[in-house]
Design a protein around this ligand. Structure first.
Ligand code: ATP
Ligand code: MG
Length: 443
């Protein structure tokens, strides 16, 4: 018996006092069985959307997806999605059902769901309704399509990516038939919108088993990120590396915190290698300019996935600089802080550390240097050192006060002053900087 939040109990009461039945369903039931607290609560009911609304007069109601039978009820500040039991008609575009039909029958509603672990319902008195063995699959850590996985994957291609995502996030295996169905139907992923693919991939790459899925299902993921394909089994022919490019990538990703921009950066950091590979006279592999090439790949792919410009720029900066040496002195740290900002510089250090950890163990030589770098960074931040224009003791207004009117000239002088302060040739002190500015002005 689950201990439910008060608003969820109220939602059950609201439906039942009007003569309808309600069940918790989908992700929240799965999460309870996984011993994790659900983030959102979805219910399914035999009431139509209008009937649902009439059960909750006096409460806030959002008509979020009336056409599909979904109403969101706000109870004590908690949003609960209540959806009429429904079945789905044929899928002619491998994405949208041609028609949605409401039904009085819970069993029909469960049959339309994607995976057994997502196809369970729960009622406080009736207990768990588990027609497809979802609880056993959770226990055995299996992702299994409901019914005939071939039919289910062909109906809605997004399910394939959801399947890989759940396997990566939960650390589950794919049931063999489901795996085959995903591999056979993966070409249909081309029909799915970039936004939906990106939302699934953001979760997948942050999964605790992202590595396994990336390595085992490269061909499927290659439909949405084709640049993964040449990296698979690409032998680096270089003594620093004990893995091929894709294995190195996947191992390195798994060392990182589950933050999309970090994981994306690591995913792309070496994908330019197959394109830049050359071998020297001794037969050792080299990849001149691979970071630049990887950065271009990242930008193109993330743009196609309609990621935000901020995310794209951050990921690309991490890819671009992942192999650039950061010197261990305060001036250098301040220059990098100026270039990247503090959070991104910390991310870069994490990327460098993960990259190094996923090389041959006798080449873990950079790790101590990175630790010293982090200590220096902490020190620079603690000292509130000046590393950006906003920390500078003079600003554009001060320079205008000197009669400098030209915006470009103001920018040029401020940047020269900042460079001098970062390099510790000038003090960050207003009067002396103003004096320097007067010497620097050309108009
Ligand atoms: P999470 O919210 O953690 O991503 P979830 O399982 O709750 O996981 P939702 O997208 O919120 O995922 O969907 C809620 C439920 O709707 C799922 O548990 C599943 O039963 C069903 N569902 C969602 N997407 C599909 C789909 N493409 N095909 C079939 N059923 C689906
Ligand atoms: Mg959900």
């Amino acid at each position: 018996k689950l201990s439910l939040p008060v608003p969820v109990k109220k939602a059950f009461k609201g439906l039942e006092s009007c003569g309808f039945s309600g069940y918790l369903v989908g992700g929240c039931v799965r999460d309870y069985l996984l011993d994790t607290l659900p983030t959102d609560f979805d219910m399914t009911t035999d009431a139509t959307p209008d009937e649902i609304i009439s059960c909750f007069t006096g409460h806030r109601v959002l008509k979020t997806g009336i056409r599909h039978g979904t109403v969101t009820i706000i109870l004590d500040g908690m949003a609960i999605e209540i959806t009429t039991h429904r079945t789905e008609g044929d899928y002619s575009d491998s994405r949208h059902p041609d028609a949605v039909k409401f039904t009085k029958n819970l069993a029909d509603d469960l049959a339309r769901r994607d995976f057994t672990i997502n196809a369970m319902a729960y009622h406080p008195q009736k207990g768990l309704i588990d027609r497809y063995g979802g609880a056993a699959d959770i226990k055995n850590k299996i992702i299994r399509g409901v019914g005939d996985p071939h039919k289910r994957m062909a109906e809605d291609a997004l399910r394939m990516l959801r399947g890989l995502r759940f396997a990566a996030v939960l650390g589950f295996d794919l049931d063999e038939e489901t795996r085959i169905a995903i591999r056979q139907n993966c070409g249909q992923l081309a029909n799915i919108s970039a936004e939906r693919i990106a939302a699934e991939l953001n979760k997948l790459i942050c999964g605790k088993n992202a590595k396994t899925i990336i390595l085992e299902e490269t061909t499927v993921l290659g439909v949405v990120i084709p640049e993964l394909l040449p990296a698979k089994n690409f032998d680096q022919q270089n003594p620093h590396h004990c893995y091929d490019v894709l294995t190195h990538t996947a191992v390195a990703m798994q060392t990182l915190a589950p933050v999309p921009r970090l994981r994306w950066a690591m995913l792309f950091h070496d994908l330019g290698k197959p394109q830049t590979f050359t071998r020297d006279a001794a037969g050792v592999g080299h990849f001149k300019g691979h970071s630049k090439c990887s950065e271009a790949i990242a930008r193109e792919r993330l743009t196609a996935l309609r990621m935000s410009n901020v995310t794209i720029d951050q990921v690309c900066a991490l890819v671009k600089y992942h192999g650039t040496i950061i010197e261990e002195d305060k001036k250098s740290v301040k220059r990098w802080l100026n270039r990247l900002s503090e959070p991104l510089l910390r991310d870069l250090i994490a990327i460098k550390r993960g990259d190094n950890l996923a090389k041959a163990s006798k080449h873990h030589d950079r790790l101590e240097s990175l630790q010293r770098l982090e200590a220096l960074l902490d020190q620079v931040i603690a000292e509130k050192a000046c590393f950006s224009l906003k920390d500078l003791a003079v600003n554009g207004h001060d320079l205008m006060g000197l009669g400098i009117k030209n915006g470009e000239e103001i920018g040029r002088i401020l940047n020269l002053l900042l460079a001098g302060v970062i390099d510790e040739v000038y003090e960050n002190e207003k009067d002396s900087l103003i004096k320097k500015a007067k010497e620097m002005r050309t108009c």
